[in-house]
Design a protein. Structure first.
Length: 77
């Protein structure tokens, strides 16, 4: 991958982390979000082009806006 840039690392524990990176793959700008174990990438993750990322961003933004939607609803016990 050309022009690779790590945007974010989130440690889960001492050996596992999620890495978000951007780059260019076959002349397509991409975003890669992948779990790493002992600093090695795993098959668990997703790679998408920027158009797909725009759609995923919209969906995740919707989830974040509505995350407290059900917080104040009383549940029947």
């Amino acid at each position: 991958m050309k022009d690779e840039k790590i945007i974010l690392r989130i440690a889960r524990d001492a050996t596992n982390e999620m890495v978000v990176r951007t780059g260019n793959f076959y002349n397509i700008d991409i975003v890669d979000i992948r779990w790493h174990v002992n600093s090695q990438p795993t098959k668990k993750g997703i790679r998408m082009n920027m158009k797909e990322m725009e759609d995923v961003h919209k969906a995740l933004s919707k989830i974040m806006r509505n995350r407290n939607e059900y917080d104040n609803i009383e549940q029947d016990v």
